[in-house]
Design a protein around this ligand. Sequence first.
Ligand code: SF4
Length: 301
Amino acid sequence: MLLFEREQVYQNAAPVIMLCDRQGFARKVYPHRRFIPFTLDILGRSLSLSICYDNIDVRLAEIVPMARMLSDMINRQLETSLEGFNKHVSCRRGCSYCCYYMVPVSCAEAFHISREVVKLPHNLRERILVSMQEAGRCLINHRPPNPEDRHEDDTSCLYELSNWYRSLHLACPFLVNHICSIYDTRPLACREYWVFSDPENCHAASQDFVTVAPLPVRIAEVVSEVCTHMLGLDQTVFLPLSLPFTSTNSELDHKTWPAGLLVETFLEVLFKQLHQSSLSANSSTKADQTDKEPVLHEIIQ
Ligand code: SF4
């Protein structure tokens, strides 16, 4: 299936969509929409894209299909580049070791997921809702480490929180018979968690032997920052708590902004994060005095 056709199926009638560089054809299909073309440099290769949107007011959740499409395009580009270095990503559909890890989702994704759950077949939906209730009880009954008890930096706190979550052995409520029941619409954090090491290492109690790919940009973090910027507050939730979160914060879901403003903010944050990632990779590369392709160097080590 051609990429554009696949996008149409995947993002059927979404007000904000991501396109590869076949804008000429897309402009005929969407003559009244606006287009913002842009190019990303991913591991030294150009990715020509454009965001196409209706000039209407939209909710935060409506940027999620576009963001997922972008994440998939970047991932495909990365995978192709890395194969050239004989580096192969171990993650595959059906491998579920990391489905017991902490999965943070932005409020835009939480609202989007809540709509996807409604569309699931009745039996599957009921099963997921029961699993979510059980997971919610488990999270409430086990106290997470309190960052205020310690004087550690954000990375250490996150590492500790992540280890605490793993220690609960809590399966993701969307995991059914070891398969992700929402694989095609799974959250960005799941799409952007890539490992190169043996999948068996992901099953171990410690993450010390898991090699996680340092992606040049994580679209999950871009969407999260867009939400913080638009709402003026940081609302990231654990995936199993996403439905309770959406039902108690429905007023946030009803807020709307002009689609053009959300798209511009998204691109601003995307390029800022790409710039920061390239700066930090550059500084570590300079210290190593080795390679001229910083992000690539970091990944292929
Ligand atoms: S949403 Fe799917 S891929 Fe992500 S943790 Fe849950 S089961 Fe695994």
